[in-house]
Write a protein that binds this ligand. Structure first.
Ligand code: NZQ
Ligand code: ZN
Length: 385
């Protein structure tokens, strides 16, 4: 096992009715708040009205930044930073999915930085100070509610980059707030959560039975609850299990002592930077192809994955056949829940493959399970057409 330091200061407030704890948070953090949300799902679900009641009760001064895009834009982040400075706001409350939270993290660090916040995403500077940030999660997917990652798209340069920014001070996770997530977004969230475990499970670090078992349990929990949530969007326990799984899949737990990969995320970010497709949709297309491309680096890891996670029967099969059956099971599962399987599903042809392959490696080779070059990424994209 590798050496590591684990630090995660986010206060996680989980369960039905936990919105009531927002009042204490306003007492602690102040009443001048930037409220950040997306395209309006929080108005349709009734969450916005519940927030207004709390804000009125606590005499809050609220400045709203609405309309954060899925795959949030740098221009929107700039707008939020301006609002914070102009109105001298105490903290940010992000209400939504990963895009709203990521954009809010960028505002939290950008507001206290003299240069352009994009410097953090281009690795020209490291974020140090941040305004406090609270989140109310409405979509189980990214884990952004309990990590310091933020992914922002600079639409002018067509670059989508992640950066380490700031941990949320607190995150309120009420599974009921995900009841209204439509089928396609639920599928993308499931795909994203599984992909986060894949990125950390496929590792050459020896002797990591605990991390391996934790990742397998998260994967099995997601697989076991996916269809329940899709068939009955108001199944509280299914939504709760998906929600906790997505948080634990990317809060640092699975990465303890483990060399992780993350090549597939870099490839997906390059595809979304050019075509603006949903992150989880892109991952469902690319991940099984990455697996086929790299499994020979450690057939035994893929064999274990097939047997433990996907119940592949090893009888009468070679190790390689078992490994391949596991990869096939991933593809079949994504197909069964209605995830896209080819770039063509998003009308993406072969004309930009070279451009995307280049964009996937902005800072050099990617991945650790197998180090990928631009040519490797091109091959994986070609397999995904
Ligand atoms: O904008 P609204 O109207 O709120 O609608 C959103 C949006 O259209 C909708 N939605 C969210 N909650 C809902 C709901 N609709 C109905 N009911 C609800 N309760 O869902 C749509 C997608 O939202 P978005 O926030 O974009 O999805 P997600 O949470 O999947 O976030 C994706 C972004 O996060 C980044 C991705 O690259 C992408 O930009 N990631 C962030 C990570 C991180 N910070 O750690 C890691 C991830 O790997 C990922 O890269
Ligand atoms: Zn992801």
């Amino acid at each position: 096992m590798n050496s590591f330091t684990f630090h995660n200061p986010t206060e996680l407030i989980f369960g039905k009715g936990q919105l009531s704890q927002l009042e204490n948070k306003i007492d602690q953090l102040g009443s001048k708040i930037l409220l950040v949300y997306g395209g309006g799902s929080i108005k349709k679900s009734g969450l916005y009205d519940k927030l207004q009641t709390i804000f009125q009760k606590k005499n809050c001064e609220i400045v709203e930044l609405a309309g954060v895009e899925p795959n949030p834009r740098l221009s929107t982040v700039h707008k939020g930073i301006e609002f914070i400075r102009e109105h001298k706001l105490n903290w940010i409350l992000a209400v939504g999915g990963g895009s709203v939270i990521d954009a809010s993290k960028a505002m939290a660090v950008g507001a206290l930085y003299d240069g352009d916040v994009w410097d953090f995403y281009e690795r020209k500077a490291v974020a140090k100070d941040a305004l406090p940030l609270g989140t109310i999660l409405t979509l189980s997917a990214t884990g952004s509610e309990m990590n310091r990652g933020s992914v922002v798209t600079n639409w002018e340069t067509k670059q989508k980059h992640g950066a380490g920014t700031t941990f949320p001070t607190f995150s309120i996770l009420d599974p009921e707030n995900t009841f209204t997530v439509p089928k396609n977004q639920t599928v993308y969230g499931i795909s994203d959560t599984l992909s986060h475990t894949f990125e950390q499970y496929f590792s050459h670090t020896p002797e990591i039975p605990l991390q391996t078992g934790l990742a397998e349990t998260i994967m099995k929990t997601v697989i076991g609850n996916a269809k329940k949530a899709l068939d009955n969007p108001e199944d509280y326990d299914a939504r709760a299990n998906l929600m906790l799984s997505s948080t634990l899949a990317l809060n640092g737990l699975l990465a303890m002592g483990v060399e992780t990969d993350w090549a597939t995320h870099s490839i997906e970010h390059a595809v979304s930077a050019v075509y603006d497709i949903p992150h989880g949709g892109g991952l469902a297309i690319i991940f099984p192809n990455w697996m086929k491309y790299v499994y020979k680096e450690d057939v035994s890891r893929f064999k274990r994955f097939a047997i433990e996670v996907w119940d592949v029967s090893p009888e009468g099969k070679s190790d390689e056949e078992i490994a391949l059956a596991g990869i096939e099971a991933v593809r079949n599962f994504f197909n069964e829940i209605g995830a896209p399987s080819r770039l063509a599903d998003y009308n993406i042809g072969d004309d930009q493959l070279k451009v995307m392959a280049k964009k996937a490696l902005p800072f050099g080779p990617i991945g650790n399970f197998k180090k990928l070059s631009e040519e490797d990424v091109y091959e994986i994209l070609k397999m995904s057409l």
